[in-house]
Design a binder for this molecule. Sequence first.
Ligand code: SF4
Length: 326
Amino acid sequence: MRILSGMRPTGKLHLGNYFGALAHWVKLQQQGEECFFSIVDWHALSSDYADPTELQSNIREVLLDWLAVGLDPQRSTIFLQSQVKEHAEMYLLLSMITPLGWLTRVPTYKEQQQELQGKDLSTHGFLGYPVLQAADILLYQSDAVPVGEDQLPHLELTREIIRRLNGLYKLKLPEPKPLLTKTPKINGTDGRKMSKSYNNAIYLADSKAQIDKAVMEMVTDPARKRRSDPGEPDNCNLFPLHRVMTDSNTRDEIVSGCRSAQLGCVDCKKLLTTSIHNFLEPIQKKRQTTAKDAGYLDRVLADGAEKARRVAASTIDQIRKAMNLK
Ligand code: SF4
């Protein structure tokens, strides 16, 4: 299977990014799928065009995290979107055939405009975001795209655009299937979705002190007001992290200790900090080693762009011919 997935360069990645996407990507790579992973910097500009000052440092942080968690440039094609110019040409060609109504009715379009208040998102680039996404996917003729449920409408739009292209020009380009995974929902310290913009995240590169502080601030089962009240792990914001990081024996003890009120939340949090430290230790070691080699990240992206371009150029040629371009 050929897989394409991408991530916007938003800076250092957090546990929500890891369990929501990266862990799945590493697994696909281990299964021997043909993976293309792209840092989609043009997408970042669709909402952050007014202030790109941190773009390059954000790209670097994302790449360091990707390599630290086990994405391997020898096995997967890891590249920067803007270094493969075919993405821009494909975006332009798909823009010609995409009806405007398909874009304005994307459910996230209006939601995001409201959510990201303070930014003027009444731009062509922001409206055309799903077309650029379709271009990213189509260039590699991807069979499947790992997505969360919330991204399904975007992928459906990509499939519709490809279907229209195939219909208009008698092509047989594949419509990518969604690779849905049941990813554990990891909340931030305040109980909302873990997100950089909510300032509630625990980052893969956080120091032990930062992790301890964040965990101690986490909201727990709201019904457990006093230490002597029994709690319910299923209603606790902290417990999903124990589920993915703490060994099963300790986890069973936490469940019974919480429900019988023998375990206090502060002790439970200390157990969680230990689990997070153990989990992040090898990732952080790899991150530090990689960061020391100044030219390595540039080499990874240059090699990745070259490999990506070979596939992308062949798809673009096919479409150019079909549209009677030379
Ligand atoms: S003991 Fe642990 S699982 Fe139970 S409410 Fe406190 S923090 Fe949550």
